[in-house]
Design a protein around this ligand. Structure first.
Ligand code: HEC
Length: 113
């Protein structure tokens, strides 16, 4: 919660953009050091599959199966910190803690694209 407050403050001033990026990089690195539980990730991924279908599709929702874990973690942190602004994803990621993000990323990295 402290992080998102910092993010909101940072967005207000363009000169803070670099520190927001640095904060994101730091969080991503910390999450990638965790030992993720892919079974927990598979459980959590039920909520994602309603939108993110394996085939992708033409509705603007990108496929995420098979994405490298570091890419997924970075994307989710960017939604969390407001670097990416898609409302649907921002709302979902707000509920996820570091262990959840790590588990989801490990799960999707294990999937066939
Ligand atoms: C209600 C539909 C919906 C749900 C549910 C949903 N997403 Fe998304 N997701 C989207 C949309 C739409 C985008 C593209 C947003 C954008 O343009 O930034 C997206 C983008 C992403 C991206 C970025 C992909 C890329 O190629 O950069 C990731 C990673 C992602 N979602 C992961 C998840 C995970 C993990 C969950 C479950 C916790 C989830 N999403 C649940 C709709 C959804």
């Amino acid at each position: 919660m402290v992080a998102s407050l910092a993010a909101m403050t940072a967005v207000a001033s363009g000169t803070e953009e670099d520190s927001l990026r640095a904060e994101a990089d730091e969080r991503v690195a910390a999450i990638l050091k965790l030992s993720p539980d892919p079974a927990y990730g598979a459980y959590l991924a039920g909520d994602c599959a309603t939108c993110h279908r394996a085939s992708g599709g033409s509705d603007g929702i990108p496929p995420i199966a098979g994405l490298p874990a570091d890419y997924t973690v970075n994307a989710l942190i960017e939604y969390k910190l407001g670097i990416r602004e898609n409302e649907v994803m921002v709302v979902r990621v707000a509920r996820l803690g570091d262990a959840e993000i790590a588990a989801l990323a490990a799960h999707f990295a294990d999937q066939k694209p």
